[in-house]
Write a protein that binds this ligand. Sequence first.
Ligand SMILES: Nc1ncnc2c1ncn2[C@@H]1O[C@H](COP(=O)(O)OP(=O)(O)O)[C@@H](O)[C@H]1O
Ligand SMILES: Nc1ccn([C@H]2C[C@H](O)[C@@H](COP(=O)(O)O)O2)c(=O)n1
Length: 229
Amino acid sequence: MFSYFSQGKLVRNEKEKKLVIFIEGNIASGKTTCLEYFSKTSNIEVLTEPVSKWRNVRGHNPLGLMYQDPTRWGITLQTYVQLTMLDRHLSTMSAPVRMMERSIYSAKYIFVENLFRSGKMPEVDFAVLSEWFEWITQNIAIPVDLIVYLQSSPQTCHERLKERCREEEKIIPLEYLEAIHQLYEDWLIKKTSFNVPAPVLVIPADDDLQKMLHRYEENREKILAGSNV
Ligand SMILES: Nc1ncnc2c1ncn2[C@@H]1O[C@H](COP(=O)(O)OP(=O)(O)O)[C@@H](O)[C@H]1O
Ligand SMILES: Nc1ccn([C@H]2C[C@H](O)[C@@H](COP(=O)(O)O)O2)c(=O)n1
């Protein structure tokens, strides 16, 4: 699986240079819809977030538990998110371009950070997750060439979230989406909080579906720059 070290990190052995793009954004900002659109292009591999795993690990639902009692179950969910995202990052690419929903970075810089800052994650849980995250990112190369940030207002996300009606998310208040939004803005727009591992392309994402699909098409070249797709 890993065949050589580069700058002290384990690196996957891919024969040709491939393009890896993260699609980042708030909950219900339209990431999956965006990925669905690009999945129709041949030579693009799309990886959605493994939410089904987060809702069912050996019969348990860490996502649901986390929303019910974040202080008790936040670390349980986020440990599993970290593992499943790492597994996604390290999986063998089946096409020259990979577009993946979120990343191990946003899991830590947005969701873990939010749990901790809002006082819902005990300091010891945050410390353990941070140690894991730092070990992983210091020892394993996580390929990424571009981050596409779907920038949407928390209000829009709240409307879309209600429409999507995922059982576990019914209790999410607007304030939660506002906090996630602020963390994303600090990370990817102001660039004042954490390391940004690749250039960022910002796509405004509040418009209706038709306009959004048109906007994705307009941005296709920018997104796929450097690839032959
Ligand atoms: N541009 C849009 N306008 C209106 N509704 C949208 C738009 N994009 C997505 N949706 C709907 O909003 C909900 C969340 O979209 P989704 O793509 O699942 O977001 P995410 O993957 O970011 O959570 C879904 O019900 C989806 O059909
Ligand atoms: N590190 C993470 C990543 C995601 N979640 C939650 C947020 C949503 O309820 C769900 C993913 O849905 P999406 O944003 O793709 O609509 O998982 C989390 O709590 N921690």
